[in-house]
Design a protein around this ligand. Structure first.
Ligand code: ADP
Ligand code: MG
Length: 574
């Protein structure tokens, strides 16, 4: 083996560059983050040929003083971090001082920059990291960086690039995330000469979402807001009927930084657990704020992933924030609320006037706000009784659908689904008081040896649900009492379903319990296919009209409405 040598500086730089800069999108991310850190209020990103031929980022931020400009392109040169203690409290997007050096090492860079204090700007041209020339230039306050011929001197890297189209769309989604992260900054993205999007930078999250994600997504969102001592969660998430077929529109920002996080994704989706069908996913734009010391942003080369000191705190913050929104939005029959006007300035941006008139020496990171929000007590909201508006039951169709006249609409209600939900909520909240029925002859269920032992172990739990279950030989149980709502024929199904869940999860964990409750609620609910007495239907209707029930436990909607106007249109009346 050859002797060991320290690598030459430019080789080390090229290797380091590979970690930070892997494709045009990562270059754009670094440059835009620098502009944000520099306090810009207007940022324009322009690319051609997917960013391989040209990337230009222009901002109206602080600019770089002429004496600092060459230093900015050295590795580990940063104005944002001075010692190890600072690493605990990072409030800027950058801090490693690597990006400009890494980008310059693998491309041809031109920079024009001017600070407020300077009468003229400075232009610097670099080729593969080497400064070729520097000269004074007339330019506005701020910085423009042009990156040409990315990876021209690293042919191996060049081979990994996808088509210009694919690289261009990766850049587009990077800029989109940056723009969503800061509704107080106006972003413009131009691809091959054409403006793809432009955000107003008016501090309003909803107008930012509208410009970036379009009207449909914005209209399907409801406001999320929760603040406790440790974490604040604000933004928007889908109303259940506006859920999507994939996770493309889930955006999370932690202290202003776009992050990918399974923890946040799962907190979001758990909140929708009983409101969405499987295969449907909520969209969201959620801004999570916590103290810099409770997040480690130094775990990923591009800082796209973060680690939390307390996962539970963050999980709970997101989960309860979204759940409160869902509960509040589950009032059926209410007029659709206009998306709230949401003042982003008060959430996370630095004082706006800091960006506008004053010369900016140093970017101050977002000030924490004192906005307080007390979430409603979550457990009981879905059962809250709200005055019930007028309605008229017309009848029942096909043994399933209750038909009502209600608020200038004809409303169809799936009676089985509503009843199932009512049972499920009662079971979940611990309010279920089963009418236990003694059986003249016990039902013997041959569930096998393993399940016999399992059921014996959870006999107390079964008792609370209205089942008295005893062991009957090696592989069977005898059921002597059952809840009055359950038919004898369904006993074996319900017990087997419980065993399946218990075997999978091993214990009476909340996630298993939900599945057990769903099985029980389904069997206890009025069956579809049989006509019911009106007295039986009324309580179901009132649960729906009052907004207490909107979806069955599997996430299917329980109502379908035909507005009078739609009927009149079908009949050619209007
Ligand atoms: P980092 O962002 O980690 O500090 P970079 O290599 O990205 O490292 O940038 C080096 C330094 O150059 C920054 O700390 C900042 O002082 C300066 N800088 C880079 N881009 C800009 C910009 N658009 N406006 C003002 N200063 C900038
Ligand atoms: Mg940087």
């Amino acid at each position: 083996m050859a002797s060991i040598k320290v690598l030459e500086q430019h080789v080390a730089d090229l290797i380091a560059a590979g970690e930070v800069v892997s494709r045009p999108a990562s270059v754009v991310k670094e440059l835009v983050e620098n502009s944000i850190d520099a306090g810009a209020t207007i940022i324009t990103v322009e690319i051609s040929s997917g960013g391989m031929a040209l990337i230009r980022v222009t901002d109206n931020g602080s600019g770089i003083a002429s004496g600092d400009i060459k230093t900015a392109f050295l590795r580990h040169a940063t104005s944002k971090l001075h010692d190890a203690r600072g690493l605990e409290a990072i409030e800027t997007l950058g801090f490693r001082g690597e990006a400009l050096a890494a980008i310059a090492a693998v491309s041809r860079v031109e920079i024009n920059t001017r600070t407020q204090a300077a009468h003229e700007g400075t232009a610097l041209v670099l080729n593969a990291g080497e400064a070729l020339r520097s000269s004074p230039v007339g330019c506005p306050v701020g910085t423009t960086i042009i990156v040409r011929d990315l990876f021209f001197n690293t042919p191996a890297r060049l081979k990994f690039m996808k088509t210009d189209r694919a690289e261009g769309s990766a850049v587009s989604s990077t800029v989109l995330r940056c723009a969503l992260s800061r509704p107080d900054i106006s972003f413009r993205f131009i691809k091959d000469g054409k403006t793809e999007y432009h955000t107003p930078g008016d501090c309003l999250v909803d107008s930012c979402i509208y410009s970036l994600l379009g009207r449909d997504i914005e209209a399907g969102f409801a406001k999320v807001e929760l603040k406790d001592e440790a974490v604040s969660v604000k933004g928007f998430a889908s109303k259940p009927d506006a859920a999507r077929g994939n996770r493309t529109y889930q955006f999370f920002f932690v202290n202003g930084r776009a992050v990918r996080s399974l923890l946040l994704q799962s907190a979001l989706e758990q909140a929708y657990k009983n409101s969405l069908m499987s295969g449907r996913f909520p969209a969201c734009v959620l801004y999570i704020e916590t103290t810099p010391a409770s997040v480690d942003v130094n775990v990923h080369p591009a800082k796209a992933e973060v680690k939390f000191v307390s996962d539970k705190q963050i999980f709970d913050g997101v989960y309860y924030a979204v759940l409160s929104m869902l509960e509040q939005n589950s009032k059926a029959g209410e007029p659709q609320q206009q998306p709230p006007q949401y003042d982003f300035a008060s959430i996370q941006s630095a004082p706006r006037d800091l960006f506008v008139s004053e010369p900016i020496k140093e970017y101050k990171s977002p000030a924490k706000t004192n906005m307080s929000y007390t979430p409603p007590p979550v457990r009981n909201i879905s059962r809250a009784y709200i005055e019930v508006p007028d309605y008229k039951i017309i009848g029942e169709a096909l043994g399933v659908y209750i038909i009502l006249e209600y608020e200038d609409c004809v409303l169809f209600i799936d009676k089985h689904a509503v009843h199932e939900r009512i049972h499920f909520d009662a079971l979940k909240s611990g309010d279920y008081q089963p009418m236990s029925e003694a059986l003249l002859t016990p039902v013997i269920c041959r569930v096998g040896h393993e399940d016999t032992l399992l059921l014996e172990e959870v006999a107390d739990f079964l008792d609370k649900l209205g089942f008295t279950v005893e062991r009957f030989g090696e592989d069977s149980v005898a059921v002597r009492h059952i809840p009055a709502d359950i038919g004898i024929g369904d006993v074996e199904f319900v017990l087997s379903e419980m065993c399946v869940q218990l075997r999978q999860g091993g214990a009476l964990e909340p996630a298993n319990l939900d599945k057990i409750y769903k099985a029980l609620a389904c069997k206890a609910a009025i069956k579809a296919g049989s006509m019911s007495d009106i007295k039986e239907l009324k309580p179901l209707v009132e649960k729906v009209i009052s907004g207490a029930v909107t979806h069955c436990p599997h996430g299917r909607p329980v109502t379908y409405r035909i507005p009078k106007a739609a009927l009149e249109k079908s009949f050619g009346r209007i």
